[in-house]
Design a protein around this ligand. Structure first.
Ligand code: LLP
Length: 406
């Protein structure tokens, strides 16, 4: 995880230095955050992006300098805004017009000036293997750049509202176009769209917005043979798009920031399960598939059920010469959709007690875990140089019952 953090930091620093600007890399804690993770990321020179009171409190508890923390959210609570302002975090990313007033009023009440960014919706929707451009995005995040009938776009209106409030300091404009992006072209389209808004703001108000954040979304390889997005290529594409747009719009380059989550922690994480029941099942086409049940499932990795996500698994506790057999790895929950790996070849002698490792589960696995069926969530163990250190304690049934008021 630390090595991957360095790769992103170095790739973007190199591309930005060459272009004559600077970059901050924020680790998106939603992918997986703990006190140890926040500490490692800051030790590697990354900042921390949070999106809830829990993530923000974890980053602060880890001793991350408040100025190096950002707060996101389309529906921030009063408690989140209050903690962000009281602790003096580096930036609050505003997501709606009412939030401009809410944060300004909260800052006024505390007698502070709130550093803010405005999140814009560029109309670029990216994710998976391609990006498609849509004129209007029917989704909950950010403020649209689309201007109906010559009126100000919601994004422009929000930026003007921020500039009108002395309690707010406009640090930048923010765009996040999607997740698990494998084609960097969408980042370039988004960069250009945000640069165009920056030029409009400069023309109308004389204010040159200092920073652009182009979000996270850098895709990883989940299966053997998948090709991940190359961070150096992504960095070059983003910076080239900013530089091109800057030349065309006669604007200096802004400072850049990005927010990778999955690409930092995803490939660093492996889930270890113990095999339990092994059951041959006849499929609709008459062939046999072996169902290999493990001691977890959709409660520790909801991604196959939620997104149809594919993973790779291997038996890691022993070598086997048995011929491979067609398997489906399933969990222990009361749903037939509780699938961990849809289709994988495992040794034909796979049996109860074997340890099964599922790769690339570091992002959005433990962080989206539930206690469905009152199955306690697994712990997290960090491994470095052959030394294993627990960083999140395994939950117990007693932990779950401690919340039950009887
Ligand atoms: N910045 C913002 C504003 C975001 O909304 C996200 C992810 C990120 C950064 C980090 O994106 P990443 O680099 O991790 O792709 N649960 C889904 C992914 C949801 C991503 C939500 N936002 C999954 O498991 O695929």
């Amino acid at each position: 995880m630390r090595a991957r953090a360095r790769v992103y930091r170095d790739a973007f620093t190199a591309a930005c230095t060459e272009a004559g600007t600077q970059v901050d890399v924020y680790y998106a804690g939603k992918a997986f955050l703990s006190v140890a993770v926040a500490r490692w990321m800051t030790q590697e020179g990354l900042r921390i992006d949070t999106a809830s009171l829990g993530e923000l409190t974890t980053a602060l508890r880890a001793g991350v300098a408040p100025g190096d923390i950002g707060l996101h959210g389309n529906n921030k609570s009063d408690a989140e805004i209050d903690l962000a302002l009281r602790s003096g975090i580096g930036r609050i990313v505003l997501d709606s017009l009412p939030e401009v007033a809410r944060v300004a009023e909260a800052a006024a009440a505390l007698g502070v000036r709130a550093p803010v960014m405005v999140r814009v919706t560029t109309g670029v929707h990216a994710g998976g293997h391609e990006y498609i451009s849509t004129a209007h995005e029917d989704q909950k995040f950010g403020l649209s750049l689309a201007a109906p009938d010559g009126e100000d776009s919601p994004a422009t209106a929000a930026v003007l509202a921020v500039l009108a409030r002395p309690e707010l300091e406009l640090l930048g404009l923010h765009s996040h176009i999607g997740s698990q992006i494998l084609d960097p072209a969408g980042f370039g389209v988004a960069a250009r769209a945000v640069m165009t808004l920056r030029a409009e703001i400069a023309r109308r108000t004389g204010v040159l917005v200092p920073e652009l954040d182009l979000g996270g979304g850098f895709g990883v390889a989940y299966l053997p043979g998948d090709v991940p997005l190359d961070p150096e290529r992504a960095a070059k594409e983003m910076v080239a798009a900013l530089a091109d747009a800057g030349r065309e719009l006669d604007q200096p380059l802004p400072r850049l920031s990005i927010e990778p989550g999955r690409s930092i922690v995803g490939p660093a994480g492996v889930t270890l399960y113990t095999v339990g029941t092994v059951k041959p099942v006849r499929t609709d086409d008459g062939s046999v598939r072996t169902y290999v049940a493990v001691d977890g499932g959709m409660s520790d990795n909801i991604r196959p059920a939620l997104y149809g996500a594919d993973y790779h698994a291997e038996i890691v506790s022993r070598a086997s010469d048995a011929a491979p057999t067609r398997c489906r790895v399933v969990g222990k929950h009361c749903e037939s959709g509780d699938i961990v790996v849809h289709d994988v070849a495992l040794p034909g002698d796979v049996a109860a007690g074997d340890l099964l490792a599922v790769a690339v589960t570091g992002a959005y696995g433990r962080s989206m875990a539930s206690t469905y069926n009152l199955v306690p969530r697994p712990g997290v163990v960090a491994v470095s140089g052959g030394v294993a250190t627990p960083i999140v304690r395994r939950e117990s049934v007693e932990d779950l019952l401690a919340l039950d008021l009887g």
